[in-house]
Design a protein around this ligand. Structure first.
Ligand code: NAD
Length: 367
């Protein structure tokens, strides 16, 4: 099979885990390769993915080979594949816009973004790089709240004729007008906001569905998350959070028979704890009533490394996007988006989304 040529915006922790994973699984065999949903997805292996272009705005990443940039501060995720071969891809200066949160300035440099002094890329330059690199799809890993920057890079993808995987919560794939623009251009799009492998969202959804199926009325719930990476530092600025909160809350509300009143559901990133680094801890509580209206509650604590948790999903999203390109399918990919993302164009229960995604992979459905 061909390689799958991807471009990346935002060489942060999630990109680091994805790139390490591509090398980690290279040369392994299916029987020893743990941690994947699919070893062979429609004929593509994880090692068929090749990064051909990357953009960032941090002084410690711009101008570096990608293999070096993924280990530069403030990235702090687990290094599970330290001996990354040089990629020959130099991280290019992107366009800053709202990607740089001002409040980060108050924190030590090793924990926050440091703006590079290079001249920012123009739209023409980003488009040219995408075209000349031969990229087939662009992965958006920008910080939460980068509404303007996310739309800027999405426009560049459209102009360059590359597909988009939107891993963060600016609503693009789930906005019918944007999805239609990708369809018109003959390009697939998957989004928005990755739903991690075993993260807070999928756990909360599965439990909410369990309550529903077992006839237990959910009265109140919260999901509090803490972490110490730049994603959590960024989200200390509550004004950047609206779309993340909406994405996470809707992901749970959509599983319930009747959505909870706003005052009975609280979901979101709750604090930045520097020493946690890329470890994310989720505290989840669900209060309900079972037979005879008798109350019950469930408390759960989930501890995960945040970024490999996203890469385990993105490694399949990339290959589904490639299958769509191979098959001439364009527009929002409904089933893969529902299975892989928190805020897809259409919310589908996870077991249905799983089944439909498997059918998509086998060529039995085209969305
Ligand atoms: N970890 C998960 O499981 C998970 C799940 C869902 C969504 N996400 C989302 O994925 C996104 C990426 O997460 P992360 O942990 O890798 O974040 P991160 O903070 O580690 O990385 C963001 C990167 O973007 C760069 N950047 C900022 N502005 C830019 C611009 N204008 N142009 C180019 N680069 C720019 C930063 O320098 C940094 O390298 C976040 O929005 C996060 O919320 C992550």
């Amino acid at each position: 099979m061909d390689s799958i040529r991807i471009a990346i915006v935002g060489v942060g922790n999630c990109a680091s885990s994805l790139l390490q994973g591509i090398e980690y699984y290279r040369g392994k065999s299916e029987d020893v390769a743990t941690g994947l949903m699919h070893w062979d997805l429609g004929g593509y292996l994880p090692s068929d993915i090749e990064v051909v272009a990357a953009f960032d705005i941090d002084a410690r990443k711009v101008g570096k080979d990608l293999a070096e940039a993924i280990f530069a501060p403030p990235n702090c995720t687990t290094i599970f594949y330290p001996n990354m071969p040089r990629t020959g891809v130099t991280v290019q200066m992107g366009r800053v816009m709202d990607g740089f949160p001002e409040h980060m300035q108050e924190y030590p440099e090793e924990c926050r973004f440091v703006l590079a002094s290079e001249e920012e890329a123009s739209r023409e330059e980003v488009v040219r790089t995408l075209k000349e690199s031969g990229a087939e799809m662009l992965l958006n890993y920008l910080p939460v709240g980068s509404d303007e920057a996310a739309r800027f890079y999405a426009e560049c993808a459209l102009e360059a004729g590359v597909a988009l995987i939107n891993n963060m919560p600016v609503f693009i794939a789930s906005d019918p007008a944007w999805a239609e623009r990708f369809r018109e251009k003959g390009l697939p799009i998957i989004g928005d906001d990755v739903k991690a492998q075993i993260g807070a969202t999928i756990t909360h959804r599965v439990l909410a569905d369990l309550f529903r199926r077992r006839g237990v009325r959910l009265d109140r719930t919260y999901q509090l998350n803490t972490g110490g990476n730049t994603d959590f530092l960024n989200m200390l600025n509550r004004s950047r959070l609206a779309s993340k909160r909406a994405s996470k809350t809707e992901a749970v509300q959509s599983v319930l028979e009747e959505p909870l009143e706003d005052e009975n559901i609280h979901i979101g990133p709750s604090d930045y704890v520097c020493w946690q680094k890329d470890n994310k801890v989720c505290f989840l509580r669900m209060e309900g009533r079972l037979f005879g209206d008798v109350p019950m509650h469930l408390d759960l604590r989930l501890s995960v490394e945040d970024s490999p948790n996203s890469a385990g999903i993105v490694i399949d999203a990339i290959r589904c996007c490639k299958l769509a390109l191979d098959r001439g399918i364009s527009g929002a990919l409904i089933s893969p988006s529902a299975y892989f993302m928190k805020h897809p164009p259409v919310q589908i229960r996870d077991d249905d989304a799983y089944r439909r995604t498997e059918e998509f992979i086998r060529g039995l459905r085209d969305e």
